[in-house]
Design a protein around this ligand. Structure first.
Ligand code: SF4
Length: 470
């Protein structure tokens, strides 16, 4: 049994990937702290498996350099990332806590395409100290920005678990608690969070998450040009936003939202807005922008796009919208993390976009007045129709097919919600637990080339002339 907080699922960070950027970033910050009292002569970074194969396209190397240099993904000025990297390149050194260490990309980084047995996303950080000793630590980036350290893999979470009133690791346990307490899913989650943090802190964090998501959509809708990485992918959210709003003027994020609400509400327009919100987030993600991991970076567009759809185009019903949406969605993400995986390197894109769509479908069903059982049915439907989805990022970048896949995932989430609201739970034949188990079995059967290696699917079938050497 593992405890996963809402704020483990929703984390403010930097794109383009939670497992390949955020996880390695956190690991290198941890290693930097381990070296705090030491004089270091040399730093070596060995990337294994998927981190080696798609790490350059996913910014793994950049994240590690920034993490070792003491920058934090939560508050780094993302507009300055290139500048910080230029300084490292010019000075040929990294500023550790106890002094500088010489650094050269070609001698410090080594890429090893073989996987370590525990998880395909592995990295070993090594330091040679001035006194001749060595410090070495292997980390696993297990999806959604979660990291595990070799040696700590079996550390018990018994402290945390003993504090929370509703430990949940399956749909069945969740339904038992719902039946016993008569509480909706989001309230069970809230009680668990309150056992660990005061309400004021929880409120601040949730507000901050939604504000960051809104800013991300706004920034994405107002940024033109091409995405970095060499694939020459043109950003589209900006032109869709401009087309849908025509010549309407606004000068702030909240004004922009008011204009969207006042725009024509045909099916076609709403559909385009949902795509626009999702594209905006994932274009920001691909540009090393500020992102809320939900539950991963590659799939970060679905959850904000679906909530924005609710805010802009639905009659808002009831209170506590943010709690109801994010807490419900988080519990679904947590069930997939515990029963299967949220790592594309372990389970393909079903583990990223599929899980995110299931989370958004559940949150939206809660907001639209669905019963807890209908909420679970919505999550089940959304995942059922993502089963087997492979991960084949072209050029190892989180751009093709990732960006559009979020727009499609958001639409599937909304369809799953509508189907669930029209479903009598007693007549439903597939349980969420069944689909989680199926997703995990499918992950294990999936050929490795479809698990975030860029060695199969679209990654090898589109014209090789346009694929950068990354
Ligand atoms: S294909 Fe899916 S899982 Fe793979 S990098 Fe893109 S969004 Fe992530």
């Amino acid at each position: 049994m593992e405890f996963v907080s809402v704020f483990d699922i929703f984390k403010i960070g930097v794109g383009p990937s939670s497992s390949h950027t955020l996880g390695p970033w956190k690991a290198s910050m941890d290693f930097r702290n381990q070296l705090a009292l030491h004089k270091v002569r040399f730093i070596g970074i060995e990337l294994y498996g998927s981190l080696s194969k798609t790490g350059r396209g996913h910014g793994t190397d950049i994240a590690i350099m920034l993490g070792l240099s003491g920058y934090n993904p939560i508050d780094i000025d993302t507009s300055q990332i290139k500048h910080y990297l230029d300084i490292i390149e010019e000075e040929k050194c990294i500023n550790l806590i106890n002094g500088k260490v010489d650094y050269k990309y070609t001698t410090s980084f080594s890429f090893n395409n073989t996987s370590l047995p525990y998880h395909p996303n592995a990295m070993t950080l090594k330091a040679e100290l001035e006194n001749g000793q060595f410090i070495e630590q292997t980390y696993y980036s297990v999806g959604g920005g979660f990291i595990e350290k070799e040696g700590d893999l079996f550390q018990k979470e018994s402290d945390l678990l003993s504090k929370i009133p509703y430990p949940i690791s399956s749909e069945k346990q969740l339904i038992d608690f719902i039946n016993r307490t008569d509480l909706p899913i989001w309230k069970l989650v809230l009680h668990n969070e309150l056992a660990l943090n005061p309400l004021s802190e929880i409120e601040n964090k949730i507000d901050n998450i939604w504000q960051t998501m809104k800013e991300c959509m706004y920034n994405g809708c107002h940024s033109e040009g091409y995405l970095p990485g060499g694939l020459h992918v043109k950003r589209r959210a900006e032109s869709i936003n401009k087309k849908l709003l025509q010549n309407v003027k606004y000068d702030s994020l909240e004004d922009w939202i008011a204009c969207i609400k006042a725009s024509p509400q045909s099916f076609d327009n709403i559909n385009q807005w949902i795509s626009c919100f999702a594209l905006a987030v994932n274009e920001e993600n691909a540009s090393f922008g500020r992102i809320v991991t939900s539950p991963t970076n590659g799939a970060a567009g679905i959850i904000p796009a679906v909530l924005m759809y609710y805010y802009c185009f639905n009659d808002i019903q009831g209170e506590n919208i943010l709690y109801r949406y994010f807490f419900t969605a988080s519990e679904i993400g947590s069930l997939f993390k515990k029963g299967a995986t949220i790592s594309a390197a372990a389970g393909g894109c079903q583990a990223e976009v599929g899980v995110s769509a299931a989370m958004a479908a559940a949150g939206l069903t809660e907001l639209k007045g669905g019963s807890p059982k209908q909420v679970l049915i919505a999550a089940e439907i959304a995942m059922e129709h993502h089963l087997g989805l492979t991960c084949d990022p072209v050029g190892g970048l989180v751009q093709i097919p990732c960006i559009e896949r979020n727009a499609i995932g958001a639409m599937k989430a909304i369809s799953a919600c509508n189907l669930a609201l029209n479903t009598d739970p007693d007549s439903a034949r597939v349980k969420l637990d069944d689909v989680i188990k199926t997703m995990w079995q499918t992950a294990q059967d999936m050929n490795q080339k479809y698990r975030e290696t860029a060695e199969g699917g679209l990654a090898i079938n589109i014209s090789q002339d346009i694929i950068p050497n990354c």
